[in-house]
Each structure stands twice: as structure tokens, then as C-alpha cells.
Ligand binder design. Sequence first.
Ligand code: SF4
Ligand code: SF4
Length: 471
Amino acid sequence: MTELERKVMNIDPPSEFRDRIASIDDSGKRKWVFPLKPAGRFYRARIWVSYLLLAIMFSGPFLTINGRPVLLLNILERKFIILGMAFWPQDSYIFVLATLAFIVGIILFTVLYGRLFCGWACPQTIFMEMVFRRIEYLIDGNANKQRKLAKQAWNIEKILKRFLKHGIFFGFSFIIGNTLLAYIIGIDELFNIILDPVSEHVTGFSIMLLFSGMFYFIYASFREQVCTQVCPYGRFQSVLLDDKSIVVGYDFVRGEKRGNPKKNSLDTFGDCIDCHQCVHVCPTGIDIRNGTQLECINCTACIDACDSVMTRVKKPIGLIRYASHTEILTGAKDRMDFRNIGYSAILFALVFFFFFLLMTRSDVETTILRSYGTLYQELENKHYTNLYSVKVLNKTFDEMPIRLELLEPKGDLNIVGKTLVVPSQDITEGAFFVDLKGRFLTGTETKIKIAVYSNEHLLETLKTSFSGPRN
Ligand code: SF4
Ligand code: SF4
């Protein structure tokens, strides 16, 4: 809501929420957020979505395609496997293009649908709200009980609850840290670290503890500050969102002037009864009625809370809902307009482009160079030869016999020594002669074309030049 809109609607403009993030007090100290446990249709839907995403994430390291991991991002050894296909540093152009496509995709997605990703699919939200927060509700109780427990002196109950909660928190952090590690080093290596004596995997064991400690710190202590202070995506919201972006928004046209009509019957009120349930339930501690804020992770908890209040006071639900600022202001339903269709089409094209790059990537990479410092050799009957070096990178998991064939012009290609065979995920180097008749030479540098075959399957064709005498 803009200042002008507030004035027109006779709303006292709160402004202090802009001075600092909601979980920091006037003195700059952290205010611990005790959100009420959400309940409602969106929360139920998010629980099911989180089950699905958690199942995918935790089963990922165990899933294989043709005996290879579905996803392995071994940065240390520069070994990357995506959907069972091995990627090498030579494929980095795919990652660069994929990263660009990803960034553009994120921008377009956010312009259209706001922070939908944060609320429904971001691992931070899923773990915090759907795993750790639910464990906390189970052990410490709802917000009021948590607040009371935090304030009370250390007694047996508090010690037991804290011990139990933090023990489980560390256990889950250990599982999450190990899952992340499994995506980096592979599940077999992870089990080696777990099962072998620590002395055999000091580095791996230290990283395992570091990851577990990091996740424990995030979910036991740092919490919503990841979204409000660390995550760059949240910071970009102010430049990515516009009036037509669909966000979790408060319908100020319908809701204001907020207040309880029973207490002040002379005034005219909107539908918001100022019960603060939407604030109490917010995991980042904000009041969505102040408008879209960078702290809002679009978790929908306030929608559920307000819908339940509206049902109780017998008013239509949706005072807080997914809507664009324009929809709230004008009352016109958000529709797929030209901009939305255009952006969605570009998004789709980017996803398609990424998969196209993945699927059309070559299994081998061959480099052919004329041997350094050599010129042509003249043989009998006006035949000329050039010596070349060849390097073949095999990106697959199978050994590859390689056959080279001169396609243009007519001539012979003879490998020096044994046939080229490239072991799986390895590089083989060799040398070969190209023998051309003088009549096929077009000058001192003749273009030639060489085909690379494996098991009679054409892998790629390469062009290089053939050095000959001046005519
Ligand atoms: S929950 Fe709904 S009615 Fe209650 S304060 Fe929030 S917006 Fe107003
Ligand atoms: S304002 Fe609503 S949607 Fe945004 S973080 Fe708070 S509860 Fe979630």
C-alpha cells in the first residue's frame, strides 16, 4: 500500500516497520519469534508438498540411472553427474548457459508469481517450518507455551525438553548434512566415512561434522534470519516485484479501517477485526497488513490464520490471499495477460533450452592438432603426409574404441601404433599421419575433414588443415 493510498483510505500510516527487520528490537538486539502453529488448507497442502520434496531430497543420493547417481556434484574432484550423465570441466559452457537461464528464469518467475518458491519449495523453509518447527511444537507446545518455557527458570522439565529437542535437532541436522555430503562425494564414499575408522577419513569426517554443526546452528538458532539477512533472493524482491506480481497480500480495500465494530460502534470498519492472528502466526514476525515486505517468505500461514478468523466472524475468506497489488486495488481478478503469457513462454523456452543442452551434449571430445614443429613430408609419386596428434576425452562410463577416418579430401589416415581405446571417463592421446595426393592440395594449407567413430557410430566430425608445398 502506498502512502497516498493510505491517506486516501484514511489509514494511519505505520512506518516504523521500515526502520528495521521485525525480529530486531529498538536496541538492535534479536527478538526471538514464537509463531503460532499454523492450521488450515494451505498449511495442509504445504505439508504434503514438503513430504514429497523431502522424499525426493533424501532418496536422491540412493537413486541411480544405469548404476550411476542421479545427481553428483563432486566439486573437489571436478566430477559432475546429472541424470546419470557425466559432465566434465569441458562441459562448463552448459553450466554457464544453464546458470544464465536459471537466473533469467528466477527473475521472470518472481515477476509473475512473487516468492512462491520460498513458501513452497525452498529447502530452508521446508526444513525450518515443516521439520524443525513441527518438532518444536511437539516438544515445547504452541507459541505461548514456548514463550513461557523460554522465560522460566531451569528446572527438570526445561532441562529434559531442551535436551530432547536439541538432541533431535542435531540428529536431523546430521542427516541433512550427510545428505548434502552424499550429493558431493557420493553415497558409497559417505558410507565409507561412516563405517571406517575416523583416522582413515579425517577430512571427510571433519566436513561431516562441519555440515551437521552448520545446519544445527541454522535451525536451532539462526532460523528466519537466513531469509531476512543472508538470502540474496529476498533482498532482490523490491526490484523484481511489480504491481501485477502475485504475492501473499492483505486486501486493504476490504480490510480497512481495521478495528472491532462491537467496541467502537460509531465508527465504520472494514473486515479486518485487528485480531493480530496473522502477525502471531508469521514465522518472520511481520505484519502483512503493512504491505509486501522483504521478510515475507510467502509461507501462507497468515492466509490460513485470517481465513479461520473470517469464518468465525462470518465474513468471506480471502482478506489475506494470493493476489497482485493491482487486483486488490481495483478488484479486477488477476488474469493471464499478454505480459504473463509472454514471460511464461520465455520461462518454458529456458527450461526446454536447458534440457536440450543436456540431451544433445557429445559423449566424447576430440582435439586434433598438427604436431608441433613439423612440416609436410614429400613421398614418392607426389604424395604428401602430415603428422597430427589426437586427444580423445571419453565422458561416458564405458570403454570406447576410437576409429578416425579422413572424409575430405580423398586420402589415407594411418594411426601411429595401436588402435585408440579410451577407458571410461578418461583421456587417451595418440598420433596419426594423413597421406594426400598432390592433386588434392589447394595451397600451403588445405582444409581436411576427419570423422571420429566408435563401434561404427559417428561421434563427431572435425576440421583441421594440411600443410603442403607452394604450387
Ligand atoms: S488475521 Fe485477518 S482479521 Fe485478524 S488482524 Fe490479520 S488481517 Fe485482520
Ligand atoms: S506475512 Fe504471511 S506469508 Fe509472509 S511470512 Fe508472514 S505468515 Fe508467511
